[in-house]
Ligand binder design. Structure first.
Ligand SMILES: *Cc1c(COP(=O)(O)O)cnc(C)c1O
Length: 458
């Protein structure tokens, strides 16, 4: 690379270090290392500014479901921006993209869910959920039902309500969270926390923590239970099969609402439009964002069941909540075109019937590697647990930073995987082909070997 180009990149990196505060980042440490500047992308690949090509096994941040380089989304957004770049959905007004998108999502959602409230992100959508469930119980004449039960190590966003609903201790430590009225039960993470039991017994035990918490607080104090179908940011934690069945039993026994956070799982990732279908769940509210627009334009929302909507709409009068960009026309245009692509290319069916099972089968081959204690996944998500001892599942010493070593090794071989502690996770674009899955597995296996060598050298 030309010296001049190198200098220009260095200048950009130093501007970044001086002025740009990155999300979830140790800014001082980052300034020492320099940021990786991503310049362009196509299909399942991204390129950095130095020209390195990386297979993006994280679909950006779990969101680029249809892959990069979709001109038709860019065109739909451009056309919308030229026709009507903005108008609000307040004060008796709306516009065609928001109307069509709400109707389209209602048609894809479980049958008992027919309305959508739009937000700008997943976090805002979970803030909306918090307000909606409390409003619902107020209107039902049960204002004492306020508390929301969530789970440790859940991720529900980064706003005050989102971070409080989430169960990330390191987030709660900053800013006096959670806010009152949100409590957390144990997570269904068998590999890390339940190995003394069979996975199925542990799943039932983890689910019964919900019932115990309802009884402890009193049913008349509990507004809702919120959960991701599988925990994403927590480490692609797929509950044992017994878990959701037992949760369903508990939810049907007590009169509380159920919020399913499908920000990652929504729009096809588990091989159905929503993981509610995959797990046969009947949520009262579904949180959506990420794959809704494949990340081309920010957008989120809440899909609202008839049970909740009937009360809010028929008995509630004005619901005093909303955002300037609720149902933004350009974002709605991006979402509509994104969904059109998912349908035209039958990507959701493909994940269920073809590429999903193929990815899962190939991923499990990595179990053979001496560093790997467990591989799990479904549809287009997966996790690889790095361990010191395959049989006991004992972790490597924390100061070894095996996950970070592996993440760096991935970059060296041209692959983007994310590390959550010593759990490597993937969530590739739904359009990934079998040949690209082969490449992903080959690179992951190379990265594991590199990591193994680095650890052995210590
Ligand atoms: C990313 C995420 C959110 C937050 O969405 P933002 O758009 O980043 O606010 C909420 N819930 C889950 C499950 C997520 O993965």
């Amino acid at each position: 690379m030309q010296q001049q180009e190198q200098q220009a990149i260095g200048a950009l990196q130093s501007l970044d270090a001086s002025h740009h505060l990155h999300p979830f980042t140790d800014t001082l440490q980052l300034a020492g290392r320099g940021t990786r500047i991503i310049s362009h992308a196509d299909g399942v690949y991204v390129w950095d500014i130095h020209g390195n090509k990386l297979l993006d096994a994280m679909a950006g941040l779990w969101c680029v479901n249809v892959g990069y380089g979709r001109d038709s989304i860019a065109d739909a957004v451009a056309a919308q921006l030229k026709t009507l770049p903005f108008y609000n959905n307040f004060f008796q007004c709306t516009h065609e993209p928001a109307i069509r998108l709400a109707a389209k999502i209602a048609s894809l959602a479980p049958v008992h869910m027919n309305r959508v409230f739009f937000t700008g992100s997943g976090s805002e959508a979970n803030d909306t959920n918090l307000r909606m469930v409390r409003r619902y119980w107020d209107l039902k004449g049960k204002p004492g039902k306020k508390t929301i039960i969530s789970r440790k190590n859940a991720y529900h966003g980064s706003t005050v309500a989102g971070a409080s609903l989430g169960g990330m201790g390191f987030m709660h430590q900053q800013g006096d969270l959670p806010i009152p009225g949100i409590v957390h039960i144990d997570q269904p993470y068998w590999f890390a926390e339940g190995r003394e039991l069979s996975a199925q017994d542990f799943g039932i035990k983890a689910a019964r923590a919900l019932e115990a918490k309802i009884l402890e607080l009193g049913e008349d104090k509990v507004a809702a239970f919120i959960a991701e179908p599988f925990q994403g940011a927590g480490g692609v934690i797929i509950p044992p099969d017994s878990y959701w069945d037992e949760i369903k039993r508990i939810l049907s026994k007590y009169d509380i609402l159920f919020i399913l956070d499908e920000v990652i799982s929504g729009f096809g990732r588990t091989g159905n439009w929503f993981a509610a279908t995959t797990y046969n769940l009947t949520p009262d509210l579904i949180t959506i964002a990420k794959g809704m627009t494949s990340g081309y334009i920010p957008m989120g929302g809440v899909i609202v069941s008839d049970r909740v909507a009937d009360v809010l709409v028929n008995e509630g009068g004005e619901f005093a909540h909303g955002f300037t960009y609720s149902g933004h026309p350009a974002a709605a245009a991006a979402a509509l075109e994104n969904i059109r692509i998912l349908e035209e290319e039958r990507l959701v069916d493909k994940v269920r019937e073809d590429t999903g099972p193929y990815l899962q089968a190939r991923l499990r081959e990595l179990c053979e590697h001496p560093l790997v204690g467990e591989v799990r996944g479904l549809g287009m998500v997966g996790a690889i647990e790095l361990v010191a001892d395959k049989d006991s599942g004992a972790r490597l010493p924390a100061d070894m930073g095996a996950g970070m070593l592996c993440r760096e090794a991935c970059i060296e071989v041209g692959l983007v995987m994310r590390a959550v502690g010593d759990t490597m996770i993937i969530s590739p674009p739904l359009c990934i082909s079998r040949a690209e899955i082969d490449e992903l597995i080959l690179k992951a296996s190379q990265a594991l070997s590199l990591t193994f060598a680095k650890i052995a050298a210590r």
